[in-house]
Each structure stands twice: as C-alpha cells, then as structure tokens.
Design a protein around this ligand. Structure first.
Ligand code: COA
Length: 379
C-alpha cells in the first residue's frame, strides 16, 4: 500500500467527540452580563468614568450565529460577582481536568476505529490552550489510555487540530508512526473574559479526537476516509491574542495574586472576520488546485466553527454561490466556537451519509493567524 514515491496511504479511521452536558443560552449569558454592567456602571457613575454598554442576544445571533454553548463547568460563569467557571484544582496524583476531557473523546475515537489504545504509537494533544507547560497533557493522556510510543502537546489556536492532522498524516505517510491519535480537549471558558462584551458570547467547551493510521493497518470502519493531502499556513497577527503565560507574574510588582486583567482572550473581531475570510478562501482554492481539484468538487466542507456569516462568505467566494448546511454543516449555533474541536465535531456528525469516493475538505482557521486542512476521500 505504498505509492510510487514509497509513501504509505493514510486513513482517518476514527472520530470521537465529548460534549459536556451543561449549557448556557445567549439569554442567560446576556442576562448575567447586563446585571454586572448595571452594578459596574453604578460605580462608574459615582467616579465620573465612561459607562459600559450592555450585551444583546439578537446581536449575538445576527453577528455570529451562536445561540447556545456547552460548558465543562457552569457553576460560577453566570454569577455576576465571579463570571468565571469554578473548576476545582486537583492533586498531582489525580488525572488533570484537561487530560480527563481529552481521554473521553479519545476513547470514542478509538472505539469508532475499532482499535485498542495499545495500537497507538503517538498522541498529539492539539489545543488552543494547554492546562500547563509540562509534563505534557498528551503524555498524561498517553498514560491514562495506555498507548505506546510517545506523546506531545502542540498549539496553533483554533487550527491546532488541523495542523496536528497535517503532522499525523505526514508521519504515518512516511512510516515514522503507525497510528497517531490527535486529541483536542478545549476548556476555553477557563480563559474567556465573561466581562468582555466583544468576546463573552463566542466560545464553548468540547473535546474531539481523531485517529490517523496507515491503510495497511487493516480493515476500516464505515465512517473512515483516506487522507489524500494536508497543509497548514500561518501569518502573524495580534488580532486574536491572549497574553497569559509564565512571565505574567514576573511582570507584576505585587506577585501575591496573578493579575488576569489584560491576560485573557482579546480579539478585534471585525478585522479577524475580514482577514481570515480572505485568507481561508485563498488557502482552500490554492490547496485544492494543487490536488487538481476545485471547491465545486467537494461534497462536503467541515469548516472551523467560529462564525456562521464568515463560513458562508468563505464558501460563497470559493464556490461562486451560496452553500447550504448539507454542503457545509454548522454546529456552532448550539455549541459556540469550540476552537480546535469545532471542525472535528462537524466531521463527526456529518460523515456517515457520504458515498465511497466523495471528496470532503476539513479546514480549520483562527488565531495566529493560522489555517490547517486535510483533503478527505470517503472509503
Ligand atoms: N452586544 C451588542 N452589541 C455588540 C456586542 C454585544 N455583545 N459586541 C459588539 N457589539 C457592537 C459593537 O460595539 C459595534 O457597535 P458600534 O457599531 O456602535 O461601534 C457593533 O456591535 C459591531 O461590532 P463589530 O465588532 O464590528 O461586530 P461584528 O459584526 O464584526 O461581529 C464578531 C463581531 C466577534 C461576532 C465577529 O467579528 C466575528 O465572529 N469575527 C471573527 C471571529 C473569529 O473567527 N475568531 C476566530 C477565533 S478562532
């Protein structure tokens, strides 16, 4: 099963998704935000400071398409005094929160592919945020699952899984690893500033995993795809940024409490919208052209789930006409932007109906700026 260049054929053989049960509607989120704004403005009035503006559910649906989001922990998010999830710290001898979330979707991806953990020889934990620098979350996932070989973390914003699939595909293709598990546990509510009107509504939590393996490794399940090509692209931009990191404390005079002000997610949404839309359209067209294909030949697009209007525009530019949700499924309306997990969730929920030989494009984009994509063909 090697092509003329001696490379192996590669398959995306399993997909697994874990959505937390708890959810928050736009109305609930906006309600708590606006109570906080009223309280804050009362103080600002007394101090003669500029007043904050309220958030609005109709704006959120119109501007982003998001109606609801699921969250790992709801407790604390809607409390106007806190507006941060209350996630209890765990002792070092317990599985960390992020690894546990990753393991949940990883087990489903293995079951979907009909594989055992011991069949895997590399785990990549590919997420927009990692719970700690080391030991790598991926190694903890490796340990909890019982996979062989090695594991490492990587980060490329919302394109993390797309870029990890690019790496996995090329490692398996070249024979460096037999089976690579890409795990994207996204607990983005932990880094989200629920007091920022521009971003408080955008994100939700989810964990998603895929298994990438060589075609020669045996029979493939019904929902499997051959990966025909992959690529990734980056271009520096400050328009989506978080400054939280290990130097934050060293930058403070008073080091008794870590100051999160200015160190959570910020974005210049309308610039991101315009610039990433154009970049993603160009990337998709060029990437497919290099495979002698056009967007029109894609039966399905599993795009990053950040903004419904943005995806509609990328598709219109790329196809020359509008695309419906059968062509480009949307999950962000009920889940929000689940960062690296989003496009995998779209894939998981919308793959079994394709016919053998159908082409599909997996394409994630986001902070960096960054893009990661894979061309899939249904087996
Ligand atoms: N409630 C009510 N009004 C709001 C609001 C809120 N929560 N947030 C912003 N607004 C207001 C703004 O203040 C602005 O008001 P003004 O015209 O009086 O100045 C107006 O709505 C438009 O703001 P803008 O930021 O231009 O909105 P937008 O149409 O670009 O939509 C986003 C905002 C964030 C939904 C959109 O830009 C987006 O999704 N961008 C891409 C994000 C993305 O892909 N990120 C990738 C992360 S991986």
């Amino acid at each position: 099963m090697r092509n003329r260049a001696g490379m192996k054929r590669v398959v995306l053989s399993g997909v697994g998704v874990e959505i937390p049960e708890a959810s928050i509607s736009n109305e609930e989120l906006v309600g708590s935000f606006n109570v906080w704004v009223d309280r804050e403005n009362a103080k600002r009035c007394l101090n003669g400071e500029a007043l904050l503006q309220k958030s609005d559910s109709d704006f959120i649906v119109y501007a982003s398409g998001v109606r609801n989001r699921h969250v790992l922990v709801r407790d604390g998010i809607l409390d106007p005094e806190r507006m941060t999830p209350r996630i209890a710290p765990r002792p070092n001898d317990q599985l960390s929160v992020m690894a546990e979330f990753g393991v949940a979707s990883a087990r489903k991806a293995l079951a979907d592919a009909g594989r055992e953990a011991a069949d895997v020889d590399l785990v990549i934990c590919a997420s927009s945020h990692q719970q700690r620098p080391y030991p790598a979350i991926a190694i903890e996932i490796q340990n909890a699952l019982g996979t062989r070989g090695a594991a490492f973390d990587m980060n490329l914003g919302c394109s993390s899984a797309g870029a990890a699939i690019h790496i996995a595909y090329n490692l398996v293709r070249a024979g460096g690893h037999r089976r690579v598990l890409v795990v994207s546990p996204e607990i983005i509510t932990g880094q989200l500033n629920f007091r920022d009107r521009q971003t408080h509504f955008i994100f939700g939590d989810a964990s998603a995993s895929v298994l990438v393996e060589a075609m020669e490794e045996g029979p493939k399940p019904k929902g499997a795809f051959e990966i025909l090509a992959s690529d990734t692209w980056t271009q520096f931009s400050n328009n989506i940024r978080t400054n939280f990191g290990f130097l934050v404390r060293a930058g403070q005079e008073d080091v008794s409490v870590v100051d999160m002000e200015g160190n959570m997610i910020t974005q210049v949404g309308n610039k991101v919208f315009k610039e990433v839309t154009v970049a993603a359209h160009r990337f998709i067209t060029d990437f497919l052209a290099r495979q002698d294909l056009t967007p029109a030949q894609m039966r399905r697009f599993w795009l990053h789930q950040a903004n419904a209007r943005m995806n509609a525009m990328i598709l219109k530019l790329s196809l020359g006409h509008e695309a419906d949700h059968d062509r480009a499924p949307m999950v962000l309306d009920r889940l929000g932007n689940t960062a690296a997990a989003g496009a995998i969730i779209a894939l998981e929920e919308n793959r079994r109906d394709l016919s053998a030989g159908d082409y599909g494009l997996f394409c994630a984009f986001g902070a960096g700026y960054s893009i990661g994509a894979a061309l899939l063909k249904k087996l």
